[in-house]
Design a protein around this ligand. Structure first.
Ligand code: PRX
Length: 651
């Protein structure tokens, strides 16, 4: 967030109160805040009992005896796939769970009954391959319904899943499968993206050479280009389910049994395996999905246009919507292929009522122009959502006017992989919104902006975003690394959850999230650590040293700028620049490709040898550099500033 950005926030005074009509029909009323304020554990327990069908109802609420290893509803027993499927079948098995839209134009309407049959067959298939309760299963697929089927089948038999975003590379699969010691890998031959095929199975083959724990690889046939299948290890999905029964008894899970691991970037090169458990996670997912999106299961057509490979898709495409018996849209591909009206044509076709997407997408829509949404009837929309990064007021207004027709409320939802579900957001029937502000913590969530000593800031002040109380869908730990869990989230300010974001509290006590304060960048709403990209760069034989920063970018929020020092004797060139960008894409995935690489004979360092990242950020964002005389190599800075300027002009 630039200084200019903060000033803009301060000047924002447009207010959007909910309409009387919306308020009159809204799921969530203002009384929830006072109920939760009085007794937040009791509030969450009520949600858990009302929204979940338990095999054994919990009597316990929060167990904080081993803080920060909190437990919620620990004596309860349930199965998540039962809650997402079985309990809906009697009264609503023929309701559509997913209207699925493939990139080449193929579509499928999958009912709850069909989804349940598919999940049960696949769960039996997994069991037939030896997957047992507690075994970790990695899933690396595109946006096909079978991705949701695979997750639910794992949940049914109690095997924690670890979904790996389909845009990641073979190396990223290796890191995650090794860390989780995954027993199985579920993938597809490929995925469609902008008319081309993402070679999912090829990437898995490359990865499996270095992941000895994987015993079997199940391959769903999507793109049909033909892929090698290794005997005894690889199994086609359709062969696996062909003779399976559509009945598979759900495993009885304790509330605190592991549901999934999802890897996210931290301040080191090693991604963190965020652990989510069963009862608390589902409580958070179902409650917030109903309250924030005001879901009416019988009439709404809801669309979270994220990828299931990120937490947004886990909670708001799969678990929350299905637990709430919602009809959703799910799509494969991108918003600009085959045309830039892709989203709007899908909304018109299915009469989508609720759309949830990211600021980076909204800014792209703005750039493409209003002609694309104007080609379609978007009048079915009644609520819009945003997630992943701060939404600038201009983008908020554009979304409101051009997609929402100047009438639909917008919920700007702040949360994280770690939080499991939405934490800070308007409630659409209650909250008066301000463009660019995520407004207030939800009922049962206690957000506080504090200074470096942990003292809450006064209205008008800024500081660090923390939580003062645990919540049901919170992460339980980092897989295999309890110490890192404690040091990352609970040690910066003892007794508080440390989100790693900066925030401002305005005079009305509205929260404005300013972005990451650590070495984690936010590229198109996705977290990538500077360290990850740096270690990818230095793994190239020509690179001696590198420093990576996130620089403000109009489209993607932040863009990756890499400063690179080459090995002695290596000359910089456009070809090497290109090669290094490709190298990072291969090591991590295309999303981590630096937007620009600046070659430099040296990096600015303090006299004790620390790289001055803040200075590099200032250089990348063209800010005044202030006093740099204390640096060991001050002359390098001026040269870098000139280079960065030239680079910007080229972009
Ligand atoms: O910096 C915040 C930003 O995204 C981070 C979490 O990223 P991730 O775990 O990948 O989850 C993204 C989707 C839930 C946060 O620490 N962020 C997320 N939502 C918002 C946001 N920043 C500002 N406003 C938001 N609404």
């Amino acid at each position: 967030m630039t200084a200019k950005g903060i000033e803009n926030l301060l000047r924002e005074d447009r207010l959007f109160p909910p309409t009387d009509e919306f308020t009159a029909q809204a799921n969530a009323g203002a009384e929830l805040y006072s109920e939760a304020d009085e007794d937040f554990v009791g509030y969450w327990k009520r949600q858990a009992l009302e929204r979940i069908t338990w095999f054994k109802e919990p009597t316990e609420g929060l167990d904080d005896s081993k803080a920060p290893f909190f437990k919620w509803f620990a004596d309860g027993e349930l199965n998540i796939s039962y809650n997402c499927l079985d309990r809906h079948l009697e009264s609503g098995g023929d309701k559509v769970a997913f209207h699925w839209v493939g990139e080449p134009g193929d579509t499928r309407d999958i009912t709850y009954q069909e989804l349940s049959d598919d999940v049960n067959r696949f769960a039996n298939g997994l069991r037939s391959l030896g997957v047992e309760k507690g075994d970790r299963v990695a899933i690396y697929m595109g946006m096909v319904p079978e991705l949701a089927v695979a997750m639910l089948a794992c949940a049914r038999i109690g095997a924690p899943h670890s979904v790996i975003f389909g845009g990641f590379s073979a190396d990223s699969i290796i890191d995650r499968c090794r860390d989780a010691e995954a027993k199985m890998l579920i993938t597809a031959d490929g995925a469609w993206r902008r008319g081309g095929i993402v070679p999912l199975k090829d990437n898995c083959d490359e990865a499996m050479a270095s992941t000895p724990s994987i015993e079997h690889c199940v391959v769903y046939e999507r793109t049909k280009q033909g892929v090698p299948m290794k005997e005894d290890r690889d199994v086609w999905w359709h062969d696996l389910v062909a003779d399976q029964s559509a009945t598979c008894e759900p495993e009885v899970m304790a509330a605190e049994d592991l549901l999934y691991i999802l890897y996210t970037s931290g301040t080191t090169a090693k991604p963190k395996g965020i652990m989510h458990t069963t009862g608390g996670y589902l409580t958070g997912a179902a409650t917030t999905h109903s309250q924030v999106f005001d879901i009416k299961p019988d009439t709404d057509v809801y669309w979270c246009a994220a990828d299931i490979g990120w937490v947004t898709g886990h909670t708001y495409i799969v678990y929350g919507p299905l637990a709430n018996h919602t009809t959703s849209v799910m799509y494969e591909g991108t918003p600009d292929f085959p045309n830039k009206d892709r989203l709007w044509s899908i909304i018109e076709k299915y009469g989508v009522t609720i759309l949830y997407t990211a600021p980076t997408a909204i800014r792209a829509f703005m750039k493409w122009g209003t002609e694309y949404p104007e080609m379609h009837d978007l009048s079915s929309l009644r609520l819009l959502g945003s997630v992943g990064e701060p939404i600038n007021p201009a983008a908020w207004m554009w979304y409101y006017e051009n997609i929402g027709g100047g009438t639909t409320p917008i919920v700007d939802t702040w949360w994280q992989t770690e939080t499991g579900s939405i934490m800070i957001s308007p409630l659409p029937g209650i909250t008066t919104t301000k463009p660019g502000s995520a407004t207030k913590a939800l009922p049962g969530i206690s957000a506080e902006v504090v200074d470096k000593d942990g003292v809450p800031v006064a209205p008008g002040g800024g500081g660090f975003l923390t939580m003062t109380q645990p919540w049901p869908s919170m992460l339980r730990s980092i897989y295999g690394d309890d110490e890192r869990y404690v040091s990352t989230y609970w040690s910066q300010l003892p007794g508080r959850y440390w989100a790693g974001d900066g925030a401002k509290l305005d005079v009305d006590e509205y929260l404005w999230i300013l972005g990451r304060i650590d070495d984690v960048m936010n590229i198109s709403g996705h977290r990538i650590s500077t360290m990850e990209v740096e270690s990818a760069l230095v793994s190239h034989p020509s690179v001696a040293e590198s420093a990576v920063v996130g620089a403000a970018d109009d489209l993607t929020g932040q863009a990756i700028v890499a400063f690179v020092t080459l090995m002695g004797g290596t000359e910089s060139s456009d070809a090497l620049n290109d090669e290094l960008r490709k190298h990072v894409a291969k090591k991590i995935g295309p999303i981590a490709k630096p937007k620009s690489i600046i070659f430099t004979p040296d990096l600015p360092k303090t006299r004790s040898g620390k790289i001055m990242r803040r200075l590099l950020r200032d250089i990348s964002e063209d800010r005044d550099l202030g006093d740099i005389t204390t640096l060991a190599n001050a002359d390098i800075v001026a040269a870098l500033a000139v280079q960065a300027n030239e680079q910007r002009k080229e972009d």
